[in-house]
Structures are given as structure tokens and as C-alpha cells.
Ligand binder design. Structure first.
Ligand SMILES: [Zn+2]
Length: 251
């Protein structure tokens, strides 16, 4: 082979790999840059396809200490202590739980230990989505209720977050709590799009329907609602309103 030939590409040496912010171990990790969802999300805002089926790539996990995060080269100062402690080790070792769900629960645990309760709720709900996909209804129900407890344990919830609490309670078949939470949100004069979703949730709860539904089923077709685009956007719950408008082509 002539000396001028380019060297065959080699994997980077271990010292150049991204390092875990908790234990310093270098490992190969794929950055995840999803394409935007094309389908409407579920009522709990689980994204539609194509993002929906990419959950295995949402979090990185250190092969040495087990720290899991969207980017394991970054960590809260208190993360190392949480990762070293017995509860975190027990989560990783729980053989009865699907490995991908354990990764989300590991991230949820670090978030909870570092005081980010709403983010911990989100990661716990994501573990429930993994359980949904595997038909593990028992685990999905348990993790939805844990997510609700984390949401309620944190700062006051806005209308959008409360919709997700209602959906988690409904899908966990916690009917009285789901009905009471939906009624309270409905009485709080939420933005119209939120009210539409709450209306659907209330009907599903009354019918004891614990199944998956998308936000597309919460609003009537745009052609039947000619005045909706002229309505003023209410700042409260704006995130969900903006998303709903985008999903229905009004954004
Ligand atoms: Zn590590």
C-alpha cells in the first residue's frame, strides 16, 4: 500500500470519547436529533411518529456507572451522590423491569434527587410509555401513578401539565381522582383548546375508557369551527394551545 494512502478510519481512542460527567468513563454515544413529529401526539403529549418509536435513543447511559441522561457528559453537582447510592443501584438491577424503562427511571431518580420533580415526572411517564409498548399494563399503571405523585409534589401545575395528570390518572384507571381533577380544571376557565381536551378526558373517564387517544380526537374538524382562528390566544396554557393549533394546521 503506498505511503500516501489515507489511513483507514479507526474508532477514536478511549481518551477522546465523550466522558460520563458522573464517573469519567469514556464511551461511544450517539447524539439524538429527531425529526419533528408528523402525527398528532397522544393526550399525554407522547409524540406521534416518527419520534414516537425512537425512545431507545432519547437517553444516553454510561456503561460503567449507569448514569442515564439526554447527555451524560453533563450532570447536576448532586448527581454523582445519587448514582452511587443504593436506591439507584437497585433501580438498575431490577430484572423484572424492561431495560429501556429502567434507563428512564434511572434518569427520573437523578432528577428527583436533584429537586427537579416535574422533569422526574416526565421521565417516569416515559418509562410508562415503554411499558405500554411492551404490553406491561401493570408497570405502566404503577409508573403513571408515580409520575402523578411527582407532578403534584413539585411547584403548582399549569393547565397543560394538569391535562397530562388527568390523562395519566385516566390511563391508570384512577377514576375518582381523574374525574375530580378534570372537573376542577374545567371549572378554572382554561383556554379553549385545553377545555376541549378536558371535555374529551371527562367523556372518556365517564365511559371508563383507559385507552390511548390522540389530541386529534379532542377537537372537531377545522371546517366545522370557522371562527376558531379569530379567537384570542389566552396566555395561560399557551403551550398546549400553540401545539394544538400547529397540529391542526392553524399555526
Ligand atoms: Zn459513568
Amino acid at each position: 500500500m503506498p505511503a500516501s494512502s489515507p489511513a483507514p478510519s479507526r474508532p477514536p481512542a478511549a481518551e477522546t470519547l465523550p466522558r460520563c460527567a458522573v464517573c469519567g468513563t469514556g464511551s461511544r454515544q450517539q447524539p439524538f436529533r429527531p425529526n419533528p413529529p408528523e402525527q398528532a401526539p397522544d393526550l399525554d403529549l407522547r409524540p406521534g411518529e416518527p419520534v414516537r418509536s425512537t425512545m431507545a435513543r432519547w437517553l444516553q447511559q454510561c456503561p460503567s456507572c449507569g448514569y442515564a441522561a439526554p447527555n451524560i457528559t453533563k450532570a447536576h453537582p448532586a448527581a454523582a451522590q445519587a448514582v452511587a447510592a443504593a436506591p439507584f443501584r437497585a433501580l438498575l438491577a431490577e430484572a423484572g423491569h424492561p431495560p429501556l424503562a429502567r434507563r428512564f427511571l434511572a434518569w427520573a431518580h437523578v432528577l428527583e434527587e436533584t429537586g427537579a420533580l416535574h422533569a422526574a415526572a416526565e421521565a417516569t411517564l416515559q418509562a410508562a410509555w415503554v411499558a405500554d409498548d411492551l404490553g406491561r399494563d401493570d408497570l405502566a399503571r404503577m409508573w403513571r401513578l408515580e409520575a402523578v405523585a411527582l407532578w403534584r409534589g413539585g411547584p403548582p401545575l399549569d393547565a397543560e401539565q394538569t391535562v397530562r395528570v388527568i390523562d395519566a390518572l385516566r390511563r391508570a384507571e384512577a377514576w375518582p381522582d381523574a374525574a375530580a381533577t378534570a372537573e376542577a380544571l374545567g371549572l378554572s376557565d382554561p383556554p379553549e383548546a385545553v377545555a376541549q381536551v378536558v371535555g374529551l378526558e371527562s367523556r372518556l373517564i365517564a365511559a371508563r375508557d383507559a385507552g390511548r387517544h390522540t389530541v386529534a380526537s379532542a377537537l372537531p374538524p377545522p371546517s366545522r369551527r370557522p371562527h376558531v382562528s379569530h379567537q384570542k390566544v389566552v396566555p395561560r396554557g399557551e403551550g398546549l394551545v400553540a401545539k394544538l393549533r400547529r397540529w391542526f394546521g392553524r399555526g
